[in-house]
Design a protein around this ligand. Structure first.
Ligand SMILES: *[C@@H]1O[C@H](CO)[C@@H](O)[C@H](O)[C@H]1NC(C)=O
Ligand SMILES: *[C@@H]1O[C@H](CO)[C@@H](O)[C@H](O)[C@H]1NC(C)=O
Length: 212
């Protein structure tokens, strides 16, 4: 009995991490796979899926403890598909209190070194913040690839290969691992019971719609 009892608190640590991406050239899919790989730790369940296959109610609100989203850079902005996903699929849940207490993080891939990739990272962070998801950013460094999220440059020498350059893959893995650790820690603080606002809170109602 004793060994089982000692193991029990460890077994109770578990968290679900959802990694969602939109990808056309497959580079964002590759970075998403690196994030998912980094998130795979004991006690952590990971789902890696495209936004088209992701259901906001069942995958996000019911299943995920942490949500990591990634987009390519399209003309300096997140892809239209990513923005449309928020405007169509997330919008009905704009004020859903279940988003509060979830953790989030972001990643982006772009052809150029300075063609909007940081703007896309910032835009994705704002999208998550609009739903009151607490975002996790890597520790700041002077020489990193990942200060506000993970990124990968894909069409500029010397990074212009069909597979992502190794430092970008490592930054993706590090972000996934950070998110998983934070999700586990949050579960430990409050096992199976995220801090949530009271349903009677007048800010929230089933009919709440987005700001447009
Ligand atoms: C896209 O990337 C994923 C993740 O690295 C990989 O599993 C898949 O085979 C790639 N698809 C294509 C068409 O290259
Ligand atoms: C990467 O860019 C360099 C410099 O423009 C070019 O010579 C090289 O062929 C490119 N490599 C690939 C795989 O496109």
């Amino acid at each position: 009995m004793l060994p089982l009892l000692l193991l029990a608190p460890i077994a109770a640590r578990s968290a679900n991490v959802l990694v969602c991406y939109h990808s056309i050239t497959n580079y964002t899919h590759q970075l998403a796979a690196a994030v998912a790989e980094g998130a795979l730790q004991p006690g952590v369940h990971v789902r890696l899926q495209s936004i088209a296959r992701t259901d906001v109610e069942s995958d996000m609100l019911q299943w995920a403890d942490a949500i990591v989203i990634g987009s390519p850079v399209h003309y300096g902005n997140p892809s239209a598909a990513m923005l449309a996903w928020f405007e169509r699929s997330w919008e009905p849940f704009w004020k859903d209190p279940r988003f509060e207490g979830k953790l989030g993080a972001v990643f982006a891939t772009g052809g150029g070194l300075a063609q909007g990739i940081e703007h896309v990272v910032a835009s994705l962070l704002r999208l998550l913040a609009s739903f009151r998801i607490q975002t996790i950013t890597p520790a700041p460094t002077r020489s990193g690839y990942d200060s506000y999220g993970a990124i990968a440059v894909t069409a500029t020498w010397p990074f212009n290969a069909s597979n992502l350059a190794i430092p970008f893959v490592q930054a993706g893995q590090a972000l996934g691992s950070l998110v998983a650790a934070a999700a586990l820690q949050a579960q430990e603080r409050s096992p199976g019971n995220w801090p949530r606002p009271q349903p009677s809170d007048s800010r929230y109602s089933a009919s709440s719609r987005g700001p447009f």
